[in-house]
Design a protein around this ligand. Sequence first.
Ligand SMILES: C[S@@+](CC[C@H](N)C(=O)[O-])C[C@H]1O[C@@H](n2cnc3c(N)ncnc32)[C@H](O)[C@@H]1O
Length: 276
Amino acid sequence: MTATDPAPLAEGGWDRIFVVGAGPGAPDLITVRGLRLLERADLVVYAGSLVPTALLDAVPEGARVVDSAGMALREIVATLADGFNAGMRVVRLQTGDTSLFSAQMEQMRALAERGIPVEIVPGVSSANAAAAVLGVEFTLPEISQTVIYSRAAGRTPVPEGENLPSLAAHGATLVLFLSVQMIHRVVEQLAQGGYAPDTPVAVVHKATWPEQRIVRGTLENIVERVRDAGIKMTALIVVGRVLEGATLPEAEFHYSKLYDPGFGHGFRRRAGAAGV
Ligand SMILES: C[S@@+](CC[C@H](N)C(=O)[O-])C[C@H]1O[C@@H](n2cnc3c(N)ncnc32)[C@H](O)[C@@H]1O
């Protein structure tokens, strides 16, 4: 049995708690591994604010299902730990991917203090889902080779070195979580940091949910458009010229080296090279 093969674990009790990324919204965007674990769980503690309840249909009848939306950290950890210590197969189901803005580390530390091992099963982040529904690639040659995931400072502060104007100064692709309710201030700070007024911006609300909405614009007009659309939460703000990737004139589009016939690499020899 290895850490990357949960199948044998499923047959008997589990020797760890699985923290599973539920994906961005559409219930079939969980991983196969995550779904298999849900199908065998005795206790599922899920983040009810954003995890699609349709996923809970996969949980066996008779299993205990707990919504953590109204619970504090101590209560969540106690529920997970008590279930595990009673021999239950326990899944902690979190929204999107567990590595981004999920408060996962504080839960893992508390479980580690109790001597309970945890294995993470990654999920599809809403950032990945936003790129998909926008039909964009976040990294394009000569435009941006960097993606910054961040948020505006709100009740949760952001370290001083990561303030929005300093992030904007990179001109990279920027994906902001938990910030749409402050979009007016966000746009001011991004402009202050150096994005041009005509920089493309997209706001994606509830990507892959039935109620998904997309608002597109530029730094100059996005505030008004988002206000008109009435989007106040559960959205990502995506900023950068990569949003124009599909519509750039051919002369301005830069091709990657990956599929360039004149460029060889470990899996493909350069066209015209000896023997090719
Ligand atoms: C607590 S964070 C969780 C992020 C999650 N771990 C992820 O990987 O997507 C919640 C924020 O993520 C963003 N979010 C989550 N799901 C979303 C979706 N389906 N569409 C757009 N934004 C989403 C919103 O900014 C929301 O306020």
